[in-house]
Design a protein around this ligand. Sequence first.
Ligand code: ADQ
Length: 781
Amino acid sequence: MPAARSEPQASEVEVQGAGTAEPCRLLAGSRAVVSAGRPRAPRARGNLPDVSEAASSTARERPVVVASNRLPFTFTRTAKGLERRPSPGGLVSALDPVLRQRGGTWIGWPGIDLREGETVSTDGLPYRIHAVPLSETEVQRYYHGFSNRTLWPLMHSLPARSHFDRREWEHYRGVNRRFAEAALSETENGLVWLHDYQLMLAPITVRNERPGANLAFFLHIPFPPYDIFRLLPWAREILQALLSCDLVGFHVRGYAQNFLDCAERTLGARVDRREMMVEYGDRTTRVGSFPIGIEFDRFEALAQSAPPQPEMQREKVVLGADRLDYTKGIPERIRAFERLLELYPEHREEVVLLQVAVPSRAQVVEYRELKREIDELVGRINGRFATANWSPIRYLYRTVPHEKLCGLYRDASVALVTPLRDGMNLVAKEFVACQVRDPAVLILSSLAGAADTMREALIVNPYDIDGTAEVLHRALTMDDAERRSRVAALRRRERRDDVFNWVDQFLEASGIERAAMPPVGNEELSSWLDDFLKRYRLALFLDYDGTLTPLTEHPDKAKLSPQMRKALQACASRADIDVAIVSGRALESVRKIVGEEELTYAGNHGLEIDGSGIGYFVHEDLVHYRHRAEELARSLRNCEVDGAWTEAKGPTLTFHYRAVAENRRAELVESVQEIINEAGYQARPAHCAVEARPPIGWDKGRAVLHILRARYGPAWSEEVRVIYVGDDHTDEDAFRFLSGLATTFRVGSADTPTSASRRLPDVGAVQALLEWLAGRRADPA
Ligand code: ADQ
């Protein structure tokens, strides 16, 4: 903690885990001093591109808004009001100086139920604290429920432990929205840095409200492979929300790669694995690995000053220290120790396993069961091997103050850090920092993120009980020279790549100007569509405004570019492609503006269709609405203020308000919607417009089906492949209708969810698609 902060008096406070993952009980009042701008040694740059000095210094200067489930403080209710105490976790110590230097806000749940009128004091702090209070139901459903019983096990690749409950998801969504709103209220243009699995949805609200925001996210736990992540019923929403960030960070490259796989396979996003970027709609997200470190100097200093640990004097100690969590592999570790005693009896009465477990999530039933399992296991093994003056396992179910923990790390002979899955694992790093005397051996699970970099540890598979026992024997009998070499290499790396470097790296990456993927190219289009199209005719359906032309302030200005016209003509001239334009414009309007005679046209969202080979179609119910449409047009014209205008398209109408000032739109839209509904029409939002459609069960999807059946007969799916490209919610009707029956593309912004198979960033990508389709080698007949 920085020196300026007053040291708390009490010995124990409840604080956020060293990550943001979990509250754990740690000792407050550590004496280590951290200064914000201390000089740093050069370090490995991971997968980051080079950042210019100018860009990185600007990134460092801007105020930052940090949001994590918990605040960097915990609050206790006393007679004098709420008392604030700092949390000594590594993450807090790393981010606190950054906020002090640049200014900003830390947003989080204060961990207690704030009462009416109670406020969280920020006296004496150079940055703001923004508390997001949670109701008891929210704590149950958002935190204990969706965060800890759904996401936590799933993200750790333990899906059988996940439970899926829609009500909990709804609360997760609601609380995430509140965190996002808090972030929006705290900054106009500064960096918003969101942390961990409790807040994976928050980015999308921030992005929708503020498209230009600089938004970054770091996940402290693993990101699982596609086959696991897709079990989550809300996988699409979460991926989409994360992709509204400019930067998404993970501990190790493997998690980042899993994320890219999921984005590609679940959402159909474009992925560049070499540059580590994802394009989803018109937005590109940079993805990176940023292995977190610890406050190395502080742990080293604590190890130097800790008194000798009495429980470490007699036997050699194998140490385990974790939150009591099923991901940490505690029962498996205890069984491996039992196996050691079976296989190598020479360790009996010479070695003990000291397991310290921090109580955690005791409200969740799985954690209570785990506690019972460990109690029974320890009892059974101690009963089996104990002698008059030796008991093989010492088990402490409690928080150990950091001063003491560092003494234990220092005096142990072996650390057994064997999680079944772990984002990083800080215990391994803290243990290494504390090797200030006779160096000990670190045994590390291959399934912890830490194993990616801590290569000099002895690596084990925690599920392999016999294998772990063998490695444990090797560690206990390892000679001094080997121990020294391994520890020296481990310490060098952890000293260099400490938590302050981690923050610097992440902030530098977040300051990189917007990333961009190369435009959609032929090779990529081939990989998407070659197999799909092989030996079939193609029925190509294209929306017009926003798909073939950029959106303009007036429909008359939306003209095809010469290149787009050429590509369209080239597709239409092929014998194996039939092109149809499906638009919300009136049939004649779209036919006129496209001006290509031989195409099929569907106007008024498919209520009117005309094309060679299928004849003229008009929906039979439309006659009932012509008169009403005229009346509605008259009423809407009364609302034409400040440049708004009504486009009467026969049976449907569009009220355009693009020219109206932003602050006047909401009220106008509300009254227009009311008028449309009163006229017995359906009001639907469009791009700076409100559509009025007769309540007929017909849309672009049904129109496409009509065209397919009319042209190719009822067995059309044996004759043709279908591609549909569109850019707005009226095309969503077609995407939904055609799901599984066609390849569909949604063009433009990814702010709203889509049912399309893929997204294309812009009109340019549509042109590339048409050019590729036109240029394909014809399949042999
Ligand atoms: P956690 O799951 O909490 O963190 P970990 O990284 O191991 O896991 O940190 C645990 C912390 O608890 C350490 O700082 C350790 O000192 C402390 N601790 C352990 N046993 C203790 C005891 N008996 N008494 C007191 N303190 C004890 C999440 C992810 C990790 C990731 C971090 C940081 O799950 O994978 O490394 O965030 O991103």
